[in-house]
Write a protein that binds this ligand. Sequence first.
Ligand code: KIV
Ligand code: ZN
Length: 511
Amino acid sequence: MKSKLIIFDTTLRDGEQSPGASMTKEEKVRIARQLERMRVDVIEAGFPAASNGDFESVKAVAASIKDSTVCGLARALERDIERAGEAIKPAVSGRIHTFIATSPIHMEKKLRMSPDQVVEQAVKAVKWARKWTDNVEFSPEDAGRSETDFLCRILEAVIEAGATTLNIPDTVGYNLPQQFGSLIATLRERIPNSDKAIFSVHCHNDLGLAVANSLSAVLAGARQVECTINGLGERAGNASLEEIVMAVRTRQDIFTCDTGIDTTQIVPASRLVSGITGFAVQPNKAIVGANAFAHESGIHQDGVLKHRETYEIMRAEDVGWSANKMVMGKHSGRNAFRSRLVELGIELDSEEALNAAFARFKDLADKKHEIFDEDIHALVSDEEQAMVKEQFKLVSLRVCSETGETPHAQVTISDGGKEKPAEADGGGPVDASFKAIEVIVKSGTELLLYSVNNITSGTDAQGEVTVRLSKGGRIVNGQGADTDIVIASAKAYLNALNKLAGKLERMNPQV
Ligand code: KIV
Ligand code: ZN
């Protein structure tokens, strides 16, 4: 009998801690629905004490998810735990995840607390959390650099206080696979009441070892892995969900456990997260990269045609690559559009929003013959952005770009409802458009990244543009989609400026 490996997805919390990856409440709910469809066991929806916005997002996820447990993160502080407890209240199944650092460097330099005080605070935190739910997870932050004896002491105490999951984070991605696996084995062996809790791991990818370390821990008896879609997360990211799940599924000859994940939902989840956060997936990324199942060399192609398993250890359709269905075209009606949205798990909250999305769908169908699920996701994202009360909106854009001439853009944007025109030259049509927008906005931001992705294939595909801007230490990503990539670029730029204009007072749980 195989045991269950619990998949705890933290895309909406640790993933959101990637600079520029912050998500709106609506975006979080859309991603959470996709995670639920994929049968993720636990969704860490955010850090409710960070801000009112984060609190509301966790609450909204808790209210809309029925089949996965919804978790809120809290430092080992009574107020944080109360916020997390309130936020997960609407959930069918809710969890509080509380943490405190246990490595000598974190206790001394960051917390300025003695080891005894840390144990006392951890125990109190778990007891406070138990007042809200009997599903309580405890993490000794920076466990990967903590002393094993101290870990045994604090973990035994928190199990006694009521923690049901013990998560061992390699917060700074310092461990090596063999070492991390034996840490898990030692903790399970030495903590007298270790059988009363599930051991979990949470690995960061600073040395590119997050997945390897997590799998080594699973081989040593961990039964929950914390991971994110596309490996999103602080700095170099977290262990990638798709790699963990497919490694365990593909090597059932080695693992004595398996996940309950519907792997055909992996590629749609990857695309959704990439589209919403603006973090493109590298083409050679395992499982979800565009080239993950592409065979370039003649020898490989020949082998795959003769017998697929000569060069493929997984089937592309098993991870959702075939889910790229052509859904509709120019003649599809409003009802067909509405039912496709329902199938895709997209809920628009008013008839007005549905009408606006349908009008955009018709516009798109005029320009593009075949409309795929990805196109629908992109147009709904764009529509959601358009419905939000935004400071800046694109009214019109005209760009002249000709061989031997300097590109010139004329733009009109609405600034708080007032239309303002401007024009500028630039090094290219996109540069000219951004400069024209800047004549009006004068944002003083620095452009950190500009990227264009095809949402589907073909030259009539919609281009999805991501723009990353930074100002005064804040970093934001903006997205825009259109069959015209210059228009998509202007929309992305304005989207990023709107995010900068919106005050986002939030804190990082670990700082
Ligand atoms: O990396 C880390 O230590 C964390 C904890 C909050 C679990 O994200
Ligand atoms: Zn983390």
